[in-house]
Design a protein around this ligand. Structure first.
Ligand SMILES: C[S@@+](CC[C@H](N)C(=O)[O-])C[C@H]1O[C@@H](n2cnc3c(N)ncnc32)[C@H](O)[C@@H]1O
Length: 206
């Protein structure tokens, strides 16, 4: 069984209208990320959803290539782009596993609310490391179901069998350990939402 875009295609329109759960935390993550940006930077975002974060960051960098495996999410992004008059983002339906990109192409790779949805997050983190230039940054914000106290963390791995997204359970500590184990040094870490979310910036050595 593989993660499928079916669920995301169904909810794309509703997702694009949803309010952000914790606006203050979102604004802080945007601000911290922008402190890492420079106007000449090339950025890749995977699992970009309806593109809101890429659109906000676009004025701070040279170019953002944003990808998502849901065709419906990408359709919504493209409609938004038309309204925003932004020329330095390209959106495409693709996955970080399959996309063809030369190693050491990017200054920053972003993956928000996506690492817990992957079948093999270790392979993806390893790919991100390769795609980054030396000294580049991996910026991620991830739901860490392992940090929650309820019963959901025991049910989470099974929800894929009833048409819901693939969901992998890990704690923020396990995620930090995993990102470090691929060669990144942890440049920034913050766990908002009572520790349920891990915002991590890993740096690839120079
Ligand atoms: C929770 S949304 C997050 C969207 C956006 N990054 C954000 O923070 O709002 C997850 C997104 O990842 C995409 N996605 C989920 N699993 C994926 C996978 N295995 N490969 C590629 N994209 C995936 C979905 O289509 C969806 O747009």
């Amino acid at each position: 069984m593989e993660p499928s875009p079916k669920f995301w295609n169904i909810i794309a329109s509703r997702y694009s209208k949803q309010a952000i759960t914790d606006e203050a935390a979102y604004q802080k993550k945007l601000k911290v990320t922008q402190e890492y940006f420079k106007p000449d930077m090339e950025v890749l975002e995977f699992g970009c959803g309806t593109g809101s974060t890429a659109i906000i960051h676009a004025p701070f960098v040279k170019h953002i290539r944003a990808i998502d495996f849901s065709a419906k999410m990408i359709d919504i992004v493209k409609a938004k782009l038309g309204q925003n008059n932004i020329s330095n983002i390209t959106f495409e339906q693709n996955t970080i596993e399959a996309i063809s990109i030369k190693n050491e192409s990017y200054d920053v790779v972003m993956g928000h609310s996506i690492l817990h949805l992957l079948k093999d997050k270790e392979a993806v983190i390893a790919r991100v490391y390769k795609l980054l230039k030396p000294g580049g940054f991996f910026v991620s914000s991830t739901v860490c179901v392992g940090n929650t106290t309820g019963l959901f963390k025991y049910i989470a791995p099974c929800i894929k069998y009833i048409g819901l997204p693939w969901l992998t359970v890990f704690t923020s500590e396990e995620l930090i350990e995993s990102i470090s184990s691929h060669g990144f040094s942890i440049d920034y870490q913050w766990c908002p939402d009572n520790g349920r979310v891990a915002f991590i910036i890993g740096k690839k050595p120079e």
